[in-house]
Design a protein around this ligand. Structure first.
Ligand SMILES: Nc1ncnc2c1ncn2[C@@H]1O[C@H](COP(=O)(O)OP(=O)(O)OP(=O)(O)O)[C@@H](O)[C@H]1O
Ligand SMILES: [Mg+2]
Length: 387
């Protein structure tokens, strides 16, 4: 199902945790974009790809501390969770409606219906063992390596994310990106820093609602064959423009500028994309900038911190120098970075305020503060020489 529409009649094998047969396609234009776009290609095995897509909705095997979480949930593999809670998610509207049950989306979706999350939150973020954890949650279908959990606060669906590297910097980096985006007027998913029993976390609101879905750049790039003389970057922008996304180029450039400034090393093809309306199938807009936690040298020990340059992920190229990013921006002088000193001061304050939770040494705090200033200086110099 995609919200209220039937998409396909399938058989789901609960032993194999996968789709074992596709009986019929129904309203297939409402299927996940990649499956719909490629269904008739000769070399495209729909059942295989549908399984790949479905498994991609689950908790990945590389999730931090996965074994402990699965033990708490009383399952062996995260794939066993895929069909629990009907496969519902808070990032799209796809789900499984068992024949004979004839459930209604309005009665079971997690956008408008409450769900239990406390025990899952404890098990996921705090790595606490819990006896009874409800599996009727959207937490069976979260992607990504960082420990995370959806919770409800003031009726809002909020994603809580923990830390990964030793420096415990990720939530602070997310906040820094939010601050920069705010000053520069970019569309972004706002992250706040918080603590859970002394553990540092970030919090952000769901940028998907009951009428929309998040479609990844990966899926978007699969929808059309790229000519050899076009770069993946231009191909991506072409597809967005063709599908009516306004200011596609500017928004993609904004993301590049952010990744350049904070040296984000994790902009893989699942970490950006668009928002599509699930009722009209209209491509509404570029998804707000999100998941910028792996940045600011957070993976480096003090001695190796280097803000001169580094390698990021760029449209499938995992070894792109940040110094190359700016060349993709058509009019670099459209950005107003006159607030850079305020941003740097805020960054310095955040690092100091959360020092007791990150356990960060003053030397690292200094390096990270000077580091951000250095990034802005490089950008400013580039702007001045490219007037
Ligand atoms: N605010 C949000 N609203 C809706 N969906 C979200 C939101 N934040 C994250 N997601 C979904 O959850 C997935 C995982 O979240 P996120 O990318 O932040 O986690 P991560 O563990 O840092 O991932 P990665 O493996 O890329 O490091 C995203 O790819 C996206 O599909
Ligand atoms: Mg991610």
């Amino acid at each position: 199902m995609n919200k209220n529409r039937e998409v396909a009649l399938i058989e789901y094998d609960t032993n194999l945790n996968g789709i074992s047969k596709i009986y019929e396609k129904i309203n297939f234009e409402y299927a996940p974009l990649n499956l719909y776009a490629n269904q008739n290609r000769k070399d495209f095995n729909l059942q295989k790809e549908m399984n790949r897509w479905f498994k991609g909705r689950g908790i990945p095997s590389w999730r931090k501390d996965l074994e402990r979480l699965l033990k708490s949930l009383n399952v062996k593999f995260s794939d066993e969770l895929l069909d629990k809670a009907y496969g519902l998610s808070l990032s799209d509207q796809y789900w499984l409606n068992p024949i004979g049950k004839e459930l209604k989306w309005k009665d079971i979706n997690f956008f408008t219906n409450n769900f239990e999350y406390k025990a899952f939150l404890d098990a996921s973020i705090l790595s606490k063992s819990r006896d009874k954890i409800s599996l009727m949650t959207p937490n069976n279908t979260t992607d990504g390596m960082i420990q995370k959990a959806w919770i409800i606060e003031d009726k809002k669906r909020i994603l809580i994310k923990g830390t990964f590297y030793n420096a415990n910097q990720e939530p602070l980096n997310e906040k820094l990106t939010s601050i920069i985006c705010d000053y520069l007027g970019f569309d972004y998913c706002n992250y706040e820093v918080d603590t859970l029993e002394n553990k540092l976390v970030s919090k952000c609101e769901d940028f998907i609602d009951e009428n929309t879905e998040y479609v990844t750049a990966y899926d978007i790039l699969q929808t059309e064959k790229k000519n050899n003389d076009v770069s993946t970057y231009e191909h991506y922008i072409n597809i967005l423009e063709k599908n009516g996304i306004k200011n596609a180029r500017e928004n993609v450039e904004n993301m590049l500028l952010i990744d350049f400034l904070v040296m984000n090393i994790d902009r893989h093809l699942g970490n950006f994309g668009i928002i599509r309306n699930v009722e009209t199938l209209k491509w509404e807009k570029i998804a707000p900038i999100f998941d910028t936690g792996e940045a600011m040298n957070c993976d480096k020990e003090l001695f190796f911190i280097d803000f001169n340059d580094g390698k990021g992920r760029f449209f499938g190229n995992d070894n792109k120098l940040f110094s190359e990013y700016l060349k993709y921006i058509k009019n670099i002088n459209r950005f107003d970075i006159s607030s850079k000193d305020e941003i740097i001061n805020k960054w310095s304050k955040i690092l100091k305020d959360y020092k007791i939770y990150t356990g960060m040494q003053d030397e690292r705090i200094d390096k990270l503060t000077i580091g951000l200033k250095h990034r802005f200086d490089i950008l400013e110099k580039y702007m001045n020489t490219n007037q």
